[in-house]
Ligand binder design. Sequence first.
Ligand code: 0X9
Ligand code: ZN
Length: 332
Amino acid sequence: DLPSGRTAYRRLADYDYEMKDLARRHPDLVKPVTLSQRSLEGRDIDGIEITPNAANTADGKPIFLNLGVHHAREWPSGESAMEWAHDLVNGFGRDQRTTRLVSATRNIVVPIVNPDGFSVSREATERGDAAALDYEYKRKNCSPADAPTPDLRSGLCPLNPAGAARGTDLNRNYGGFWGGPGASTSWNSQTYRGPAPFSEPEVRAVREFIAGRQVTNLITNHTYSNLVLRPPGVLATGDPIDEPLMYRLGEEMADKNGYDNIRSWQLYDTTGTTEDWSYWVTGGLGYTFEIGNVEFHPPFEVGVVAEYLGRAPAAGAGKGGNREAYFAMLES
Ligand code: 0X9
Ligand code: ZN
């Protein structure tokens, strides 16, 4: 079973409650953190930090930052990050490997980078009206930027007629190679890059957090395609100096989750993505996991349980799944 014991997809309130509850039950080991910027609609972007004496953020330990749900409909990406947090908390003081790794590093989990989009997508399934399917598969945030008419700029995302079309793709809005290929300039494109790099508060929140901390390792979770992706996002960039290292670590992780370990551009060109900013600016190792191979949020057992624990053949059956892939990152 999953470390949390959950059997169904969380709603935004479930994430909020669980993170608070973990911190309350383990006050020394788990520290809540709220990023510096709220989402466009004013929601907090929350996470937890896990290490003994977690409140001492100046302890100098290397940080593994585990991110989920840049893209609203990619629900397993938040589940996977949240299960990782439970895994570490459950194993600390019980399992030798977990205790050692949790003590030597600082694990930070921010399961929902895009709370506005996620709430539109996840809540659509609870409503079930005519527009529900459109909203359920929303990808972007709720930014009104560049929407052509006042009508499309006003109102909350769920109530807006262009609810699914509007927004900026948060995984095209980072400063890394922004303005290059693999991102759109059209406000209603699913890969709209936004009017300027870091125009979106959710992306600024991640930037400011990483800029202020020692993030040596980062995984940004997405769905789907069974991939472990590493920079660069465009061929023309050429291989970075750390390519041999990033390849090897990618192989170690892919050995656990059974995914394909490739450079991002080998999937398709992208610019303005999370780790194509963070790696080139900070030098911290960054990867995208594309979890699963069915759809953006398949049934929970398929999209979360099997992928996290490695029960599907392609998801590293017998090798441990994404749980063990994260451990491989932590052991690097
Ligand atoms: O297009 C994306 O943002 C990612 N795929 S998804 O289906 N989750 O939308 C892939 C991004 C790959 N590129 C980099 N990570 N650089
Ligand atoms: Zn995605």
